[in-house]
Ligand binder design. Structure first.
Ligand code: PLP
Length: 403
């Protein structure tokens, strides 16, 4: 067989994939799995958004659009940035892609050279790491823990930036920890960034609308306008509007960067779906009041789940400020033995035990560059979430310890 690309040796498959495969196998065998592993809203896409897509199809709005999105969707995105973030862009400072994920991957390719470094906080979203490695760059992690609310400090960020740094990648609210930087925390980070004019800043704002306890959203481009010429602000409709399958992500930033991004996208991706663009316009321009209701539902689930996890002797869980994940520590379970005699040596062992013996699917912390933790999604129907959490605490408390 001819050789495959050496690019494939640069990165590891996601540590999530083993669990996804095993979960799919068990489901195919007809087992009821309490699946808390996936990161997508359990709410349905709103009806007015679906209607806009049906109308687009009926009207023959089914052909290629410009690679970086139609003027109509760019205008809706400009209105969104202006209304919600007090950020004012022109159409040539906006780009639309088939999801924030490919957009972020192309952005990293646009902003890095081989062997340059991208600074990001860990725990982090696995794809951020994968896309950095595929681009031939290296992730440089700022390790964070519960002690700093899983947040970088100006000092820890400054210490991670070196002459090799091309990009600082921010993600707030964070997948997987739910840490959400306040305006003043971002101000602190921006002071560190201001001292490094050769460094780009990419802000992944996908979970903007999922914030708890009355917090308001802040993003770097708004917090420190003097950095605007080197910030790419990335967002999308997936998480906000329950539109994960529609594949629309977008970004705003300085023209040279947007032009570079479009150059890559024009050869590698093509335009996002015309029908999905019509749906996304309806989402962005339509009523926004239900977003608050959804965030309140996530908050109620967060509170219930954290209270239930507290019932376990061995689990600890920081309270997320946003997004729809919990990221409990299972440090206290390491060294325990299951009823079948299996020793728990890592979060991966506990996650496998949860799936095989308790039929609950969660994601091991190794996938997020921080262990021993695991991630569970509260964007899960109430009954499944509650039973899943009950089983997690029961599994944790079922372990025995020698001596
Ligand atoms: N950014 C973060 C932090 C995410 O968690 C995800 C999806 O899980 C994405 C980006 C990708 O979103 P999209 O569905 O627009 O590709």
């Amino acid at each position: 067989m001819p050789a495959l690309s050496s690019t494939l040796d640069r990165f590891q498959p996601s540590a999530i994939s083993d669990i996804f495969t095993l979960t799919a196998t068990l489901k195919a065998q007809g087992k009821k799995i309490y699946d808390l592993s996936t990161g997508e809203p359990d709410f349905d896409t709103p009806q007015h958004v679906k209607d806009a897509a049906v109308k687009a199809i009926a009207e023959g709005n089914t052909k290629y659009t410009p690679v970086d999105g139609s003027l109509a969707i760019k205008s809706a995105i400009m209105r969104k940035f202006s209304r919600e973030n007090d950020l004012h862009y022109s159409a040539d400072e906006i780009v639309v892609a088939n999801g924030a994920k490919p957009l972020l991957a192309d952005a990293i390719r646009t902003l890095t050279n081989p062997a340059s470094e991208v600074v990001l906080a860990s725990p982090c979203w696995p794809s951020h790491v994968g896309m950095i490695e595929i681009a031939g760059s290296y992730p440089r992690f700022v390790r964070t823990t519960e002690d700093t609310g899983f947040k970088m400090t100006p000092e820890s960020l400054a210490a991670a930036i070196t002459p090799k740094t091309s990009v600082v990648l921010l993600c707030s609210p964070s997948n997987p920890t739910g840490a959400a930087y306040t305006h003043s925390e971002l101000e602190g980070l921006s002071a560190a960034l201001a001292r490094h004019p050769a460094v780009w800043i990419v802000s992944d704002d996908l979970y903007e609308h999922i914030l708890f306890d009355g917090r308001s959203f802040a993003t770097m481009a708004q917090v420190n306008r003097s950095l605007a010429s080197r910030i790419l602000t990335v967002n999308g409709v997936s998480k906000a509007y329950a539109m994960t399958g529609w594949r629309i992500g977008y970004a705003a930033g300085p023209r040279p960067l947007i032009n570079g991004l479009c150059k890559i996208m024009s050869q590698a991706a093509g335009c996002p779906s015309s029908v999905s663009q019509a749906a996304a316009i309806a989402a962005l321009d339509g009523p926004q009041d239900y977003l608050k209701n959804w965030a309140n539902s996530y908050q109620r689930r967060r509170d219930r789940s954290i209270a239930a996890l507290k019932g376990s002797r061995a689990l600890r869980c920081a309270v997320p400020e946003g997004a729809f994940y919990l990221y409990p520590s299972c440090h206290g379970l390491i060294g325990g033995t299951t009823a079948r005699g299996t020793r728990i040596r890592s979060s991966g062992d506990f996650v496998r035990y949860l799936l095989e013996d308790w039929n609950v699917a969660v994601v091991p912390g190794a996938a997020f560059e921080a262990d021993p933790y695991f991630r569970l999604s509260i964007a899960t129907a109430d009954a499944d979430l509650d039973e899943g959490i009950r089983r997690i605490t029961a599994a944790a408390d079922s372990l025995s310890y020698q001596g």
